[in-house]
Design a protein around this ligand. Structure first.
Ligand code: FAD
Length: 448
């Protein structure tokens, strides 16, 4: 069966490549070494874990099967929402419990600051856009929910605003949405620059990083782990598996705890100067409330980045004409939107769709099951793994160290996920059709 780690090995050209620095060009591991900790995976979690372990003076080695940032870390949208998961805080409390849930909510609220503080500390140029993240409602019911959420957050003195249909239309530059919420704490960054910067920071603190080095085996030898690779091996007391959606078979059963879903991104040629001023005015990024979430970013050079659909198998060219048509329909008042490029990467759906820290065996930990809040929360989870390796008790971590739970009926996950994607897509389209009809019936053009 096709696995995310089977994707082509070149790091894709994305809209972030030009400003994202160059590949680090690190050598593969050859020979045998003994260290305190081995980190597997060079994404946000792995690089942050290596950095935070090295900062405490321990000997740490990171192995990346491809290049630093090759996984989702170099393939995402770069939105940093002030949220740990896609859930509302009270749901987080239910899923993680009152103590850990409260810590996770706090960590989520501070996520943008965590990223910018780390970038400042290590002089990483992540091109921060600080205007806030807008969530647009695809139906009147979703707008009402956003309005209530805004009031809830405002009572907690959080800088959020609700936009009526007319206001949302002015900011977004489209009449397709029924209201919106802006959270001014949200930022957008260059995620490739961030992950590469974390890797360089880790190296500056004494961590040793190897690229083109896949862990091929993991065995317990006495009190230590032996990590095997094609051309070498490492021995360590601690091993951190930071491979998230790209988790392979190296640890039995771990990959069955998440369902990988491929997300496509498309970016356009620069829009004209006039058109840039007409859409997504004064916001860092936008998502909408559909089940098959759609996101957009207008980059400072006028290139529009937007979701290009989801998949479950091998990478194929997204339906560019269809996707461009959909975007053009959202923004009918601007000139022709032409695609410049596309890429894809994998996210995970877990049992409860939020980060999990697991103790798989003595000295063997993982952070996995991220539902899309991986830029900041991945780096935070990496720091948490590092804290535990460096002696912080499990009960003081942001979330509990739990045992992994395999997804029931995992063998059928692809068929079930395919059905779910089709069903959610159908529901989204149906709701949008109903909402459009409602607006037409009441001939309610955007009204305050
Ligand atoms: C299209 C898309 C859009 C997204 N948008 C956002 C967004 O806007 N904001 C946000 O916060 N999150 C977003 N995400 C999610 C975010 O990118 C991920 O949650 C995050 O990158 C996960 O980081 P990670 O370090 O856990 O894993 P990854 O970055 O995926 O890194 C895992 C690494 O492990 C390596 N690996 C796997 N197996 C082995 C092995 N055996 N040996 C050595 N190395 C191995 C892989 O090569 C890979 O590089 C998005 C994701 C996608 C795909």
């Amino acid at each position: 069966m096709y696995k995310p780690i089977d994707d082509v090995t070149a790091t894709p050209k994305t809209v972030f490549a030009e400003a994202g620095g160059s590949s680090l060009g690190l050598a593969p591991l050859r020979g045998e070494e003994s260290v305190d900790a081995v980190v597997i995976g060079g994404g946000f979690v792995g690089c942050s874990a290596a950095l935070h372990i090295a900062e405490r003076g321990m000997r740490v080695v990171l192995l990346e099967a491809n290049e630093i940032g090759w996984g989702s870390a170099g393939r995402n949208v770069g939105q940093v929402a002030p949220r740990a998961t896609k859930f509302e805080p009270e749901t987080v409390l239910k899923i993680y419990g009152p103590v850990y849930g409260a810590r996770l909510n706090d960590a989520g609220a501070g996520a943008p600051d965590f990223v910018t503080d780390l970038a400042d500390r290590y002089d990483i140029d992540i091109t921060v856009v600080r205007s806030g993240i807008l969530t647009a409602a695809h139906t009147p019911a979703a707008a009402e929910t956003l309005r209530q959420r805004t009031e809830y957050w405002q009572r907690l003195k959080v800088p959020v605003e609700f936009l009526t249909r007319r206001e949302a239309s002015e900011v977004i530059g489209s009449d397709d949405y029924h209201g919106a919420m802006i959270d001014r704490r949200g930022i957008a960054i260059n995620p490739l620059a961030f992950v590469r910067g974390l890797a360089l920071a880790a190296i500056s603190q004494g961590a040793v990083l190897y690229e083109r080095t896949r862990m091929t085996g993991l065995t317990r030898v006495g009190e230590e782990w032996r990590v095997a690779t094609d051309e070498g091996a490492l021995k360590a007391q601690h091993v951190l598996l930071c491979t998230n959606a790209y988790t392979d078979d190296a640890w039995p059963g771990l990959k069955k705890t998440v369902i990988p879903v491929r997300g496509y991104q498309i970016w356009s040629k620069p829009l004209s100067k006039a058109d840039r001023g007409r859409i997504l005015r004064g916001i860092s990024a936008m998502v909408d409330t559909r089940r098959l979430l759609s996101g957009m970013r207008l980059h400072p050079d006028g290139r529009l980045q937007f979701s290009g659909g989801l998949g479950l198998g091998r990478e194929i060219e997204p339906e560019l004409a269809k996707r461009l048509g959909q975007i053009q329909a959202i923004f009918p008042d601007i000139g022709l939107i032409e695609a410049e490029g596309w890429w894809s990467g994998w996210v995970t759906r877990g049992i409860s769709d939020g980060w999990r820290l697991h103790r798989l065996a003595p000295g063997l930990l993982t952070a996995i099951a991220c539902n899309g809040r991986g830029v900041a929360m991945g780096a935070i989870m990496g720091r948490e793994l590092a804290r535990h390796v460096c002696g912080v008790p499990a009960e003081d971590l942001i979330i509990a160290l739990t045992r992994p739970r395999q997804i029931p009926g995992f063998a059928f996950h692809k068929s079930v996920a395919a059905l779910a994607l089709r069903f959610w897509g159908w529901k989204d389209r149906r709701e949008i059709r109903q909402a459009t009809k409602l607006v037409e019936r009441t001939s309610e053009r955007p009204a305050a």
